[in-house]
Design a protein around this ligand. Structure first.
Ligand SMILES: [Fe+2]
Ligand SMILES: [Fe+2]
Length: 144
């Protein structure tokens, strides 16, 4: 089972962003549980769609944060967001086709790893930037 657990090590220190990241991992763990429980494909697919929509709005929040910060890697980070959503769309085809539980489990696992990789490699870079500027969590309330 995927069961990726949220860790304080993933925190970028902006509550709205961190809560959203934790929600995304919860979504994937729920999706994995539903697949294993042989839940109806439409139920599983609706959770995948919710995750996708939540991720879109999360990326808008991150965009706003990066713009407010004057983050120099904004354009590159946005390009990775586009890539991430495209990859999720491709993986979501396994859920539309349904019935193949092992393919759905692999797709959910790949989604989880992609999201976690993005948090660790790209979102945490925003924290490094903020720390370099001496910005504290209390001054970063725009997306809380
Ligand atoms: Fe993120
Ligand atoms: Fe991001």
């Amino acid at each position: 089972m995927l069961n990726i657990v949220w860790s304080q090590a993933f925190r970028i220190g902006v509550r709205g962003i961190d809560e959203s990241h934790a929600d995304h991992l919860d979504f994937l763990n729920l999706i994995t549980t539903l697949i294993r429980a042989k839940e109806d494909t439409s139920v599983i697919l609706s959770q995948v769609e919710r995750l996708y929509l939540d991720l879109e709005s999360h990326h808008q929040d991150e965009d706003r944060l990066m713009i407010d910060l004057g983050y120099p890697e904004l354009t590159a980070h946005q390009a990775v967001h586009t890539f991430l959503l495209d990859e999720l769309k491709v993986l979501a085809r396994h859920f539309v086709q349904g019935n193949d539980a092992s393919a759905m489990l692999r797709a959910a696992s790949t989604m989880g790893h992609l999201l976690l990789d993005h948090i660790i490699r790209h979102d945490l870079a925003i924290l490094t930037f903020m720390q370099g500027r001496g910005l504290t969590e209390t001054r970063l309330s725009m997306v809380d």
